[in-house]
Design a protein around this ligand. Sequence first.
Ligand code: ADP
Length: 384
Amino acid sequence: MSRLRRALGGLRVQLLTAHLVVVLVGVVVLLVGIRLATPEFLRQHMAIEQAGAMATTRMAPEMELAVSRAFTAATTDAILVAGVAALAVAFVVSALISERMLVPVRALASASRRIAAGHYAERVPVEQSDEIRDLAHTFNEMAASLEDGERRRRSLIADVAHELRTPVATLEGYAEGLLDGVVPASEETWARLHAEARRLKRLVSDLQEISAVEARQFSLHVTRVDPASISRTAVIRHQSDFAAAALTLAADIPAKVPAIDADPERVLQILANFLSNSLRYTPAGGLVTLAVESEDSIVRFRVTDSGIGISPEHLPHIFERFYRVDTSRSRADGGAGIGLAVAKALAEALGGRISAASAGPGRGSTFTLELPRSGPGGTVARES
Ligand code: ADP
């Protein structure tokens, strides 16, 4: 802090010195110029003036020299006095200007100190000259991104604590009940304990996955793949689960789909997330369809279900981490609201994007994965 204060003091002294040096250099140049040029100019002007005068009124050469010296001395004195006055005025004006220039710098310094102390909502006014305005603007952007990061960190911790509380409390309740002999050591009790432990395990692995995906700590093995065969694999993998839930899983895959450059396992992971959500949120007897289509440089995978649907106010948020439309229902089913956040990050890593649409509650949902045919970097990958 004292270093900052010294730096600010230094900047003010530098500005002041710069202004004073400019005035001083001006005065010195004036003085030297006058001393060098005045005698000759005065002589020339006197010669012109006296050319028309009568011989009796002409000035003697000694007198002319004396006038020239007196004139130079008087001008020098006047410039010295004016120079001192100019330095004094420059000092005052410079102090005012530097004060004005230092106001935003001080605001930035104090805002950074407050941000460093954890007050992330701190911002500085964006005005002043172009450079300072740019600096203030960039500073505010940095502050906003720090605030966002801090908000995410806090919400992650709060969400994790919230998610852990229920299974841990349930486990604790059962353990206490078993110890006190209130809860019978029956098969049902062990099954419930097992289910809670499984939920915890899934939550931990979900957390590991989302942190790895958000930090981009995963590898992509991009090869030339056939979207049709990937879709068929996804359908085959989920067919038995859908049959067990009395749901129909259909495939709508055209005979010819252009190949794409992508990581097949990651594409399958995204499709598996769409399909397992449809399975979870579609009542028995419903229909889920996985369709593939291509358009220009894009291949689109679409999972449409006849399930519970999503109301418009929830749609923009479902890709956020830990976001669940119906918390109680999802918790009972074991969903922590992480699957779609992971799918979104994976799709972006593959150079694509995912989106969701629904006509509203009870009217089904459609989840779409769009991938560029040219792969994540826009370059065509070689077969490997
Ligand atoms: P979860 O593990 O809770 O399913 P997701 O991130 O996969 O987490 O989904 C987030 C939320 O989006 C879900 O809790 C659910 O409310 C909603 N959702 C996802 N897929 C569907 C779907 N096919 N139909 C209705 N709601 C869905």
